[in-house]
Design a protein around this ligand. Structure first.
Ligand SMILES: C[S@@+](CC[C@H](N)C(=O)[O-])C[C@H]1O[C@@H](n2cnc3c(N)ncnc32)[C@H](O)[C@@H]1O
Length: 289
């Protein structure tokens, strides 16, 4: 009889609850132009928001070209967001392996491989996204170094301690943070780094505001209070080294989005929540001790 290696984990079915099935269905069917058209600009497809000031000149572009100029500018800001996330991973080299937890259509993983040369794994509970992202890796000629898997980030099945770093880019609002960071603590060897960019509600001003509840309902998610991140990180052996409030930096992205033909109905709740202070856009970088 052969015994299983002690460092690997038996995983059950990828989707374990009605809630997870509804999230998977949402992302499997998602073809929102605000995600697709921005990715078409240069072949890096993101499903996250942007940071930084936008170039006001795009608003003065002749009307027939204006919308495409706004789309290109929105894409520049969402790529800038991913760059800031990657800036916080610490020293990463070609021998290091990183996990993109909740990898969407794969844009940030491709950027990481291009920039750091590292080996990338991405996991998503959307089979459609995983297929799309693997196709992108082939098109970029990096399928041997960048792989996407239909797996649950709460129980990835990767061997213990194999990841030098992990990030979550706007994915933590779908899961229990204690469960998530328990799994990340297993995957990251001591000295490794976790980086998170997320929206979180502001406990200082009380509970979930109306605008935050509207965002939750729109995306079928469950935005956590700010305090929950730090409790769950500390409980699982992660010590923050950088916490950056990106709220002011993301507001221009939302303002520009309201001017685009791709605007959905969710711009107003985001702008309201950020401006009234009930919601923050945070980057947290934490070391595994
Ligand atoms: C807003 S998108 C962000 C995608 C990507 N991080 C990006 O920045 O483009 C949220 C992603 O989280 C994934 N997700 C949600 N719950 C998950 C889970 N339990 N395990 C793995 N992925 C999950 C979804 O499938 C989707 O890809």
């Amino acid at each position: 009889m052969t015994s299983a290696p002690t460092s690997s984990v038996n995983t059950g079915p990828v989707l374990r609850s009605a809630y997870q099935r509804s999230i998977a269905e949402y992302w499997n069917n998602e073809k929102n132009p605000v995600n697709i058209r921005l990715g078409e600009v240069d072949g890096l497809y993101h499903h996250h928001y942007g940071i930084g000031d936008y170039d006001q000149a795009v608003l003065d572009v002749p009307v027939e070209l204006r919308d495409q100029a706004i789309i290109a500018e929105l894409h520049r800001l969402e790529t800038a967001q991913a760059d800031v996330l990657l800036d916080h991973l610490g020293d990463i080299g070609p021998d290091d392996r990183l996990l993109d937890a909740g990898s969407g259509r794969g844009g940030t993983s491709l950027m990481a491989n291009l920039r750091l040369g590292c080996q990338m794994d991405g996991v998503s509970i959307s089979e459609t996204q995983v297929a799309f992202a693997n196709d992108q890796a082939r098109q970029h000629g990096v399928a041997d170094r960048v792989r996407f898997h239909f797996r649950n980030m709460l129980d990835t099945g990767f061997d213990s301690g194999v990841m030098r770093g992990i990030w979550t880019n706007e994915t933590t609002m779908y899961v229990d943070l204690h469960q998530l960071y328990g799994e990340f603590a297993r995957l990251i060897a001591p000295g490794g780094r976790y980086v998170c960019i997320t929206g979180c509600y502001n406990d200082v001003t009380g509970g979930r505001s109306r605008a935050v509840s509207q965002i939750d309902q729109h995306y079928i998610c469950n935005i956590h209070p700010r305090s929950e991140y730090f409790k769950a990180l500390a409980a699982n052996g992660f010590v923050p080294i950088n916490v950056i409030d990106l709220t002011a930096a993301t507001i221009p992205y939302w303002e520009l989005r309201t001017q685009s033909s791709l605007a959905t109905s969710i711009e107003t709740p985001f702008l309201t929540a950020y401006r009234e202070g009930s919601f923050h856009y945070l980057l947290i970088a934490a070391d595994r001790v």
